[in-house]
Design a protein around this ligand. Structure first.
Ligand code: PLP
Length: 427
């Protein structure tokens, strides 16, 4: 679809640009300082988990089903927490480990484990010539950072409405044994907010790939619904088990965006063999995780039903923010042909695409007008968005009023850059 600026005659375009430039100058003079870069809950949203802090005090019973949480022991996690982990990841509790507060940390530890020791029976990845990982993009920059840090080559695979482009994923994995893994955020993906279709989940679990190929199944937004029509995600372990590929799936999740970011509990779940293998390495450096934190969490959120009830409270904060994004973008850019954006039913982000070659300029112009965005390009491996279109919108932290002001600035920047690009292309 042509943009409104492409359809303008030269004089009209000049006039539109002059008007937009004047608006930009006026906005700069307002001295705004707004931030739409942070994928974290607002302070008031975090506060809804404060009652959890009262559940453990000096007089509290510190045992969980016979396990003393106040002392060393029970490396895999306390029974109630492993049960919850099993519900999150979709495996029996015995196939889980409950660790510290960060799922990202678990992912890094596991990939370092394979890097150094390899999947049992196979060459350590560090000794394999040119290891590669598939990175559905736009995706989560911190995933890409783990593999880049190890010297693994990140290969972008385009995201679709149903998940990663599976024809491409299957083609690459079937033809190249040096592709050792892939990152997936299967529900309310960061940043597109889409949920993988059943067919995508089945194909990932059953496709042909290197025998030591691993999928990091990061279900960070497993329960983060905010509409009455939440997305449903198929259980990948069911498909993988049937196909004899259970070892392929490394499930992780955490309560970072359920209780306290950075102070929640993190879950790992996989095949019995993988859990034993990962535990054997992690045990070298950890006697036991913070079981008091686990206990506090499961007293607050004993099961998935309790988690869902708590998430409904979170949704009260998120729904108006996501509605504001939709409203302001539609009002500002709907029908202009300058942009598309996603309409998630949950999660923490909206993925926004402007014209080719616009994203970096839009982010810079927003910064000049006092609005900080996630750096353009961050959603692609090595920060290289091949078409320079994508911007991740993180609407959760600002107030609705701040968010609306920030979105108006984004709309203005997208319009001006879109118009300038047309004029530049005409020469
Ligand atoms: C997809 C995804 N995975 C993991 C994390 C970080 O989780 P944790 O706090 O458990 O390390 C985030 C945080 O934004 C995320 O978006």
């Amino acid at each position: 679809m042509a943009t409104i600026y492409e359809e303008m005659r030269a004089e009209e375009l000049d006039a539109a640009i002059a008007e937009l430039e004047a608006e930009v100058e006026k906005t700069k003079a307002r001295g705004l300082a707004l931030d739409m870069a942070r994928g974290k809950p607002s302070p008031a949203q975090v506060d809804i988990s404060r009652p959890m802090l009262d559940l453990i005090s000096s007089g509290a019973d510190l045992t969980d089903e016979g396990v003393d949480c106040s002392n060393y022991g029970c490396f895999e996690g306390i029974p109630s927490a492993r049960r919850l982990a099993g519900e999150f990841i979709g495996v029996p509790p015995e196939q889980t480990i409950v660790l510290g507060s960060s799922s990202l940390n678990i992912m890094q530890s596991i990939l370092i484990h394979y890097w150094e020791k390899g999947v049992p029976g196979y060459t350590p990845w560090s000794k394999v010539d040119h290891v590669k990982f598939l990175c559905p993009s736009p995706g989560y920059d911190r995933h890409f950072g783990i593999t880049a840090d190890l010297g693994i080559e990140n290969i972008p695979v385009r995201m679709t409405e149903d998940g990663p482009d599976m024809d491409e994923v299957e083609r690459l994995c079937a033809s190249d044994d040096s592709i050792k893994g892939m990152f997936c955020v299967p529900k309310y993906s960061n940043p597109t907010g889409i949920t993988y279709s059943d067919e995508t989940v089945r194909r990932l679990a059953t496709m042909q790939a290197a025998p030591d190929f691993r999928i990091v199944w990061d279900n960070a937004y497993a329960v983060h619904d905010f509409t009455d029509t939440p997305d449903e995600l198929a259980n990948i372990f069911d498909y993988a088990r049937e196909a004899g590929n259970e070892d392929r799936i490394l499930g992780v999740a955490s309560t970072s965006k359920i209780t306290f970011p950075g102070a929640g509990v993190a879950f790992f779940g996989s095949s019995p063999a993988n859990v034993a293998e990962v535990a054997s390495t992690l045990k070298v450096g950890l006697i036991s995780a913070n079981k008091l934190n686990q206990l506090m969490h499961t007293r607050f959120l004993p099961d998935l039903a309790a988690v869902r009830a708590h998430m409904r409270k979170h949704a009260e904060f998120l729904r108006p923010r996501f509605a504001a994004v939709e409203r302001r973008l539609e009002e500002g850019l709907g029908g202009t042909g300058c942009a598309t954006w996603t309409h998630p039913h949950g999660g923490y982000f909206v993925s926004f695409d402007g014209p080719e070659g616009s994203a970096k300029r839009v982010a810079a112009l927003c910064a000049e007008m006092g609005v900080k965005l996630t750096p353009a390009g961050a959603t692609w491996p090595y920060g290289k968005d091949p078409h320079d279109t994508n911007i991740r919108i993180a609407p959760t932290y600002p107030t609705v009023e701040e968010l609306e002001a920030a979105l108006d600035v984004l709309v203005l920047a997208v319009k001006l850059v879109s118009a300038q690009l047309v004029r530049e292309a005409r020469g």
